[in-house]
Design a protein around this ligand. Structure first.
Ligand SMILES: O=C(O)CCC(=O)C(=O)O
Ligand SMILES: [Fe+2]
Length: 199
């Protein structure tokens, strides 16, 4: 491991404030976090309404936090923090210098699980939300795309086991992000996005 792989480095993206650490948590520890999260989180198969039809989301989700939160049109009931989530929250708060009161967990079972282009810009997150995204398990491709500037290429990233991606400042205003499906064989992946939800 290079000495800087566990520290956040800013990416050169205009209209954004994005930091990335490819190995924020080291591998043996990350293996344990993956297993604990898989076993302990209250995973749900939610569905979304698409053209009037209920369609299962292409991933499992779980929501923990102090507040209820609407995400993709779903009202997420708050569940009390698990010790493993408290532990991870402390680590990311220390790295980012921000506070988070909620976390959304996503479980990508196979390469066919995914998340389409979106921004995390719900009004409850405030104008310049800080979102800290931790990944465990199989690595997946991730990308940013500027909403209006076609001269800017999409920014690809590999979200590796134990990586931390921090998005804040104007990022959600100007950029969308996604986790595309892949036909490659990939290991299951868990992602946590820590957020601060205002009441
Ligand atoms: O799985 C990821 O890396 C992305 C998750 C995400 O964008 C979200 O939960 O809003
Ligand atoms: Fe997101």
């Amino acid at each position: 491991m290079r000495p800087d792989e566990n520290t956040l480095q800013q990416l050169a993206m205009p209209d954004a404030e994005v930091y990335f650490a490819p190995a924020f948590i080291r591998s043996p520890q990350s293996d344990v976090y993956f297993e604990r999260l898989l076993r302990e989180a209250n995973w749900q198969q939610e569905s979304i309404k698409l053209f009037g039809r209920e369609v299962p989301m292409p991933r499992l989700t779980a929501w923990y936090g102090d507040k209820a939160y609407t995400y993709s049109g779903l009202q997420n009931k708050p569940q009390p923090w698990l010790p493993v989530l408290q532990e991870l929250r402390e680590k990311v708060e220390q790295a980012s210098g921000q506070k988070y009161n909620s976390v959304l967990l996503n479980f990508y079972r196979t390469g066919q699980d995914s998340m389409g282009w979106h921004a995390d810009n719900e009004p409850e997150l405030g104008r310049q939300p800080s979102i800290a995204s931790l990944s465990f398990g199989g690595e997946r491709r991730f990308a940013f795309k500027h909403r209006t500037r076609q001269d800017l290429r999409p920014v690809p990233l590999i979200l590796s086991h134990g990586s931390l991606l921090l998005m804040q400042g104007p990022t959600q205003h100007h950029w969308l992000h996604q986790v595309p499906k892949t036909s490659k064989s990939v290991q299951p992946r868990i992602n946590l996005t820590f957020r601060f939800v205002n009441s």
